[in-house]
Design a protein around this ligand. Structure first.
Ligand SMILES: Cc1cc2nc3c(=O)[nH]c(=O)nc-3n(C[C@H](O)[C@H](O)[C@H](O)COP(=O)(O)OP(=O)(O)OC[C@H]3O[C@@H](n4cnc5c(N)ncnc54)[C@H](O)[C@@H]3O)c2cc1C
Length: 164
């Protein structure tokens, strides 16, 4: 499995239940994928996720972290070692917005900023904040970005959203 995320974890668990052995490679230090590093703690408590990842590893699934598929290992290197491979590397690398002004100072990428805040735990981020958000913040889409901005700044957060 490439990707220790919901897809990779679910696949590894099912395979193990059916008597196969599964190995997960992920470029990050811990299992969980976006659910661990991108979704805020108040939305998905990390102890639940840690419990699930530990439970699945406890079933015998091997996890190899800090290993990037395409850079540290290639399909050809591993083909002889495994009967099947699942590439579950998510959809994080979305194209950059082409909206005019997206590259201006003070305009941030929502996913990247959530990851920066939550990847090592919000307490650690608060000791070394990376973003200067001010007090009036506009969020296009992204409910979690808006909620996080509000919690960080106690400022005025406005959302532009296509749904109701
Ligand atoms: C802010 C936010 C809120 C969300 N809220 C919800 C929600 O409420 N409910 C819901 O169902 N979904 C929600 N989602 C979506 C959910 O997080 C994703 O649908 C889900 O995580 C996708 O899982 P995945 O297994 O496809 O990949 P991901 O979780 O994206 O994981 C991809 C994994 O692959 C690894 N990886 C990537 N490239 C490589 C490589 N080259 N080599 C090795 N490893 C690699 C990454 O490190 C990562 O661990 C939310 C997403 C975000 C960003």
């Amino acid at each position: 499995m490439f990707g220790g995320d919901p897809t990779g974890l679910a696949a590894a668990e099912l395979l193990t239940r059916f008597g196969r052995s599964a190995t997960i490679y992920d470029e990050l230090p811990n299992l969980g994928g976006t659910a661990r590093f991108g979704i805020p703690d108040y939305h998905l408590p990390k102890d639940v996720l840690r419990y699930e990842a530990a439970r699945i590893e406890g079933m015998g699934v091997e996890a190899i972290s800090r290993t990037k598929f395409g850079r540290d290992v290639r399909l050809d290197d591993l083909r002889a070692d495994y009967d099947a491979m699942l590439i579950a590397t998510g959809a994080k690398d979305v194209p950059k917005s082409d909206t005019p002004g997206s590259d201006l100072k003070g305009v941030y990428d929502g996913y990247k900023s959530l990851e920066d805040v939550f990847i090592d735990g919000v307490d650690k981020y608060l000791n070394h904040p990376k973003y200067e958000l001010g007090k009036r913040i506009l969020v296009t889409r992204g409910g979690d970005c808006a909620r996080t901005a509000l919690r960080m700044t106690r400022g005025e957060v406005t959302m532009v959203y296509r749904k109701t």
